[in-house]
Design a protein around this ligand. Structure first.
Ligand SMILES: C[S@@+](CC[C@H](N)C(=O)[O-])C[C@H]1O[C@@H](n2cnc3c(N)ncnc32)[C@H](O)[C@@H]1O
Length: 898
C-alpha cells in the first residue's frame, strides 16, 4: 500500500525506537516509553498486580511481563483485541463503560492493583463513538477506574496532552496522589504534544467527590454558565460561538453544556422538534450527533413535509460529518419550515414591538457579511503592503545589477547624502580616506555610490524587517481568520523568493569583491582553499566559496566586517580593508578609482567557473599583483603636496584628520604599544616579509594545506562518510547506531567476559568496493612518499654539496685570477679540475690494486691481465700476513680501550 508507506515515512516512524522495538521483539515502539518511565521511577519491579488500560497492541504489557517479579497478575484492556501475551490477561473493553468496570472487578476479585497504566489515545476517525472522547476525558475515565482498583500507595501512569485541560488534570491528580510528576521520556517524539504523568503514593480517600472525576465539572470553563443565568448579551455571544463551531469546525471550542448529564459517552440523538421549535436550536445542532424524525408525530410530519428534501433527512442522520454548506442548508430549511408553520411569523409581529428581543433571524448571513467585509479590508491592506515590498525589492535588485540609479533605491539615501560628507559614513572610518582629504576631495560620484549602497543595504534590512513584522502582525491580526490562509501563504512564498534573490545578489556581491581584491584571493588560497577544491571538485565551487567567506569572517575580524557589515559602502571599505604586506598604506582616492576602472575593463566574473578555477592556480598570482602605476604615484604625490600645504597653512579641520593617516613612525609606536600590551608581535604580512619568514597560519601544514584531523583512513570510515552525505542514508546510519550492541550492560559481569565482549562483540560495518579501492590508492600514494628522515637526510646532503660547490667556486675564481702569473694556464686548469673533483667528493689519491702473484700471474713481468690503474704485485703469503697484522692491531686497540 503506497499510501500507507508514505504516511509511515512522513511521520518519521521508522526511527531508532522503531528498529529497537523490532529487534527486541516489542509490538510497539511505545514499549520504550514505559521502559524509560520505569527506569526513572522503578514501579514495575515493586508491583505484583498491574492493569494496563488501552493496552493494544500490547507493547506495555510485554514490558510489564518482563520487568515485574513473578508470580504476577497483568490485565490489559483495549477497544481492540490484543494478541495473546504470555503472562497477561487481555479483554476487549471500552474503558469508559460500566461493563469495563465489571470485567475488571471480576478479574481482580478482592485484589487491588499496584500499578495502573494508561496510554490511551482516542481512535480519531474510526467511529463516532470513539471520537466522542477527547484525550483528557479518557484520562479522567482511566483515573476513575484507578481510584476504584488501586492499592493504597499505588502508582498511576497516564499519558496526557499539553492542552488547556492539562493543569486541571494535574490538579485532580494531586487530589488523589501524594506525588505527581510530569515527564517526557526520550522515546516520546518531540513533535508530539504527549507527556506522561506519573502519580505515586495513592492516598485512597475513603470518599471520592464524584465531581473530581466528572469531565463536565473538571473541564468546565470559568465562563460556562447555566443557560437560565445568561443575559441576552451572553446568549448572543454564545450563539455566535456556536455558529462559529458550525462553520469553522477546525477551530471548534468545546461547549460542554451541550452534553447531557452523565451521558457523555453516548451517541447523542435529539428530536428534530428541538431543532425546529426549541429555544436553543443552535446548541441542539452543535451537540447532537443525529436529529431524529421518528421520535414523535411532529417529527414524522416534518419528514414528509414538502419542503423537507431527502438531503436534509440524510444530513440530520450524521451531523458530525457535515460541512459549512450543509449547516447553512439546514438553517435555511428550518427558517422555511418555521415560516410555513407560522412560528416565525408570530415572532416577526413581536419583533416590531420590541426589537431588542429579536431572535436572530438569519444569524449566519450576518456573520458571513461581517466576515466577508473583514476579509476584503484585510486583503486590501495586505496587497498594498506586499506591493510596496516588491517595489522596494525590485529597485534594490535593479541597482545591484547595475541597471538602476542610486537615487531609485530610496529617498533616504539622498537625504543621508545631503547630511554632508564629514558626517555619518566618514565618521565611522577612523583611518578613512575621507578624513585624509578633508572630506572635500571626495568626488561626488563616489560619495553618492557609497551612500546609495548603504541605503541599498539599509533597504534590504528594512525589507526583511517589514516582511517579518508584516508576517507577524498578519498572523496576529488574522489568527482567527483561517479563510485568509491561502493569501498569507502566497505572501510568505513571495517573501521567501525575494529573500533568496537577495541572498543570491549578496553572494554575487561578495564574490565580485573577492575577485576584485587579488591579495585577498591569494591569502585565501594560502589558507588551504585549494585543498578544498581538490577534494570537492568544481561542482562544489559555490559551497566552497560560501565556506571560505564564512571562514574568513570567523578568522579575521576586519575581514568579516568587510562582508557582514552591510552599512559600509564599497568605496569606504577599500581603505578599511586590511590589505596585507607592502600594500598596507593609507590609500588615496585615485588608486581606488583606477582599480575600479580596471575591474570594469576585465571583469573576472565574465570567466566561467572552470576558467576561474584554472586561473586560481598560484602561477597566475604573480600576474595578478597590481603594479604601481604612474597615475597612482601622481595621485599620491598630489595628496602629499596637499597635506604639506595644509600643514604649512595650519589649516587642519580637526584632530581626527591627523589621526586618520598614521605616519610610519606612529604605526611603529602603535605596534610597539600593542606588543607590550599583548605580549606578542603581530604576525602581519609586514612582519612576515621583513623577517624573511613565512608564518604558516595555525591549522595549516607546511604545505599550506589544512591539517586533516578527521582524515578518513579506513574503508569503513569512507563508506560511513559516503552515507552521511545523503540525508536519507544519514538517517539510516543514525538509526542503525542503535542496535543490540548499543546497550550492553556490563554491570555484574566478570572482567574476562567484558574484555572478550569488547574485543569480539562488535557490529561488522559494511564497506563498499569503491571505498576499499579509494583507501588502497590513498595508502599506496602514502607508501610511495619518502619517509621524513630520508627526505631530511637527502636535503642535508644537497645542502652540503651546495656549500662545497660554493667554496670550490670561490677557490677556482682565485686560481683563475692568479695575477702574479705564477701558474701556467695548464696548471690552473689542472688545479680547477682538482677542486671540482674534490667538490664532487672524489679523492685525489688513486687506489693501488693489490694483485697476488699466483696462477697466471706467478712470476709475471709487467701489468697482469685485466688490471687497470695502479697495481702492486704481492705473493700470497705477504697478503695473508698483512691481513693478520691488521687484525692483530685492531684487537690490541680494542683491548686497550677496555
Ligand atoms: C497508543 S495505543 C496504546 C499502545 C500501548 N500502550 C502499547 O504499548 O502497545 C492507544 C490505544 O488506546 C485504545 N483506546 C482508545 N480509546 C479507548 C477506549 N475508550 N477504551 C479502550 N481503549 C481505547 C486504542 O484502541 C489504542 O489501541
Amino acid at each position: 500500500m503506497p499510501g500507507r508507506t508514505s504516511k509511515v515515512h512522513a511521520k518519521g516512524r521508522l526511527d531508532k525506537y522503531y528498529h529497537m522495538a523490532k529487534e527486541q521483539g516489542y509490538r510497539a515502539r511505545s514499549a520504550f516509553k514505559l521502559i524509560q518511565l520505569n527506569k526513572k521511577y522503578n514501579f514495575l519491579e515493586k508491583s505484583k498486580c498491574l492493569v494496563d488500560l488501552c493496552a493494544a497492541p500490547g507493547g506495555w504489557l510485554q514490558v510489564a511481563a518482563k520487568y515485574m517479579p513473578k508470580p504476577n497478575i497483568i490485565i490489559g484492556l483495549d477497544l481492540v483485541a490484543i494478541k495473546p501475551i504470555p503472562g497477561a490477561i487481555t479483554h476487549v473493553e471500552d474503558i469508559t463503560t460500566q461493563k469495563c468496570r465489571s470485567t475488571l472487578k471480576k478479574e481482580l476479585k478482592t485484589w487491588k492493583a499496584d500499578v495502573f497504566l494508561h496510554d490511551g489515545a482516542p481512535n480519531v476517525g474510526v467511529s463516532w463513538i470513539q471520537d466522542a472522547f477527547t484525550q483528557s476525558e479518557l484520562v479522567l475515565a482511566s483515573l476513575k477506574l484507578a481510584t476504584e482498583f488501586l492499592i493504597v500507595g499505588g502508582t498511576f501512569v497516564t499519558k496526557v496532552f499539553r492542552s488547556k485541560d492539562y493543569n486541571k488534570l494535574i490538579w485532580v491528580f494531586n487530589q488523589f496522589f501524594a506525588k505527581v510528576e510530569a515527564t517526557k521520556p526520550a522515546s516520546s517524539r518531540n513533535v508530539s504534544a504527549e507527556i506522561f504523568v506519573v502519580c505515586r503514593e495513592y492516598k485512597a480517600p475513603k470518599k471520592v467527590d464524584p465531581r473530581l472525576l466528572d469531565p463536565k465539572y473538571v473541564f468546565k470553563e470559568v465562563d460556562d454558565v447555566a443557560d437560565e443565568d445568561m443575559d441576552d448579551k451572553k446568549k448572543k455571544e454564545r450563539q455566535g460561538a456556536l455558529l462559529n463551531d458550525l462553520f469553522h469546525p477546525e477551530k471548534r471550542k468545546r461547549h460542554r453544556t451541550g452534553y447531557a448529564d452523565g451521558d457523555y459517552t453516548l451517541h447523542i440523538a435529539n428530536n428534530i422538534a428541538d431543532f425546529l421549535t426549541g429555544p436553543d436550536f443552535l446548541t441542539t445542532l452543535t451537540s447532537s450527533n443525529e436529529l431524529r424524525f421518528d421520535m414523535d408525530d411532529f417529527g414524522k410530519q416534518m419528514a414528509e413535509h414538502p419542503i423537507t428534501t431527502q438531503e436534509i433527512i440524510d444530513c440530520c442522520k450524521d451531523l458530525k460529518v457535515l460541512g459549512k454548506k450543509d449547516f447553512k442548508d439546514l438553517l435555511k430549511w428550518r427558517d422555511a419550515i418555521r415560516l410555513d408553520l407560522g412560528i416565525s411569523q408570530k415572532k416577526v409581529v413581536k419583533e416590531d414591538e420590541t426589537p431588542e428581543e429579536e431572535e436572530p433571524q438569519d444569524p449566519e448571513s450576518l456573520a458571513d457579511r461581517l466576515d466577508a467585509e473583514r476579509k476584503v479590508a484585510a486583503s486590501r491592506v495586505k496587497r498594498e503592503r506586499r506591493k510596496a515590498r516588491e517595489r522596494k525589492a525590485k529597485q534594490l535588485i535593479k541597482f545591484r545589477l547595475g541597471m538602476g540609479t542610486p537615487s531609485e533605491i530610496g529617498l533616504e539615501a539622498s537625504e543621508q547624502g545631503a547630511m554632508g560628507m564629514g558626517m555619518g559614513i566618514m565618521d565611522q572610518d577612523d583611518e578613512g580616506l575621507f578624513h585624509m582629504t578633508g572630506g572635500t576631495n571626495v568626488t561626488s560620484e563616489q560619495a553618492k555610490k557609497s551612500q546609495a549602497l548603504t541605503a541599498a543595504e539599509q533597504a534590504a534590512a528594512d525589507l526583511m524587517l517589514t516582511s517579518d513584522e508584516d508576517s507577524m502582525s498578519e498572523s496576529d491580526d488574522h489568527e482567527d481568520d483561517l479563510e485568509d490562509y491561502d493569501s498569507d501563504a502566497d505572501v510568505q512564498r513571495k517573501a521567501l523568493r525575494l529573500e533568496s534573490k537577495l541572498d543570491n545578489l549578496y553572494e554575487q556581491f561578495c564574490e565580485r569583491r573577492i575577485d576584485k581584491d587579488p591579495s585577498l584571493r591569494v591569502r585565501k588560497q594560502k589558507e588551504g582553499a585549494k585543498a578544498f577544491e581538490e577534494w570537492y571538485g568544481i561542482e562544489f565551487d559555490s559551497n566552497k566559496r560560501k565556506r571560505e567567506e564564512g571562514d574568513l569572517g570567523a578568522d579575521n575580524g576586519d575581514e568579516s566586517s568587510d562582508f557582514s557589515d552591510d552599512t559600509d559602502s564599497e568605496v569606504e571599505e577599500k581603505p578599511t580593508r586590511p590589505v596585507k604586506g607592502k600594500k598596507r598604506k593609507a590609500p588615496s582616492p585615485e588608486p581606488v578609482e583606477d582599480e575600479e576602472k580596471e575591474d570594469v575593463a576585465v571583469d573576472p566574473r565574465a570567466l566561467s567557473k572552470r576558467a576561474r578555477v584554472f586561473f586560481d592556480n598560484p602561477l597566475f598570482k604573480a600576474l595578478e599583483q597590481p603594479k604601481p602605476k604612474p597615475a597612482v604615484q601622481e595621485a599620491k604625490k598630489k595628496a602629499n603636496e596637499d597635506l604639506f600645504a595644509k600643514e604649512m597653512d595650519g589649516n587642519w579641520s580637526d584632530d581626527s584628520d591627523l589621526d586618520a593617516v598614521p605616519t610610519r613612525k606612529e604605526q611603529k609606536i602603535a605596534k610597539k604599544a600593542k606588543v607590550m600590551k599583548d605580549g606578542f608581535e603581530d604576525d602581519s604580512e609586514d612582519e612576515k616579509e621583513t623577517n624573511g619568514f613565512e608564518v604558516v597560519p595555525a591549522g595549516l601544514d607546511i604545505n599550506g594545506k589544512p591539517h586533516d584531523d578527521f582524515a578518513i583512513t579506513t574503508a569503513e570510515a569512507y563508506t560511513l562518510a559516503q552515507k552521511m552525505i545523503r540525508k536519507s542514508s544519514k538517517r539510516d546510519v543514525v538509526d542503525e547506531g542503535y542496535n543490540r550492541f548499543a546497550f550492553n550492560d556490563p554491570d555484574g559481569m566478570p572482567d574476562w567476559f567484558i574484555d572478550d565482549e569488547s574485543r569480539h562483540n562488535k557490529p561488522s560495518l559494511p564497506i563498499t568496493k569503491e571505498a576499499v579501492t579509494i583507501i588502497l590508492q590513498k595508502q599506496r600514494s602514502l607508501d610511495a612518499r619518502p619517509i621524513k628522515k630520508v627526505a631530511e637526510a637527502k636535503f642535508r646532503k644537497q645542502m652540503r654539496t651546495a656549500r662545497r660547490f660554493e667554496k670550490m667556486q670561490k677557490k677556482a675564481m682565485s686560481v683563475m685570477d692568479d695575477d702574479g702569473g705564477e701558474m701556467s694556464d695548464k696548471t690552473k686548469l689542472l688545479e680547477v679540475a682538482k677542486l671540482k673533483r674534490r667538490a664532487k667528493g672524489k679523492s685525489d689519491t688513486k687506489k693501488t690494486e693489490v694483485v697476488v702473484a699466483r696462477g697466471v700471474n706467478r712470476a709475471k713481468q709487467g701489468r697482469p691481465k685485466g688490471v687497470k690503474g695502479r697495481y702492486k704485485m704481492v705473493d700470497p703469503r705477504m697478503k695473508k700476513e698483512m691481513r693478520a697484522e691488521k687484525r692483530h692491531a685492531k684487537a690490541t686497540a680494542r683491548k686497550r680501550r677496555k
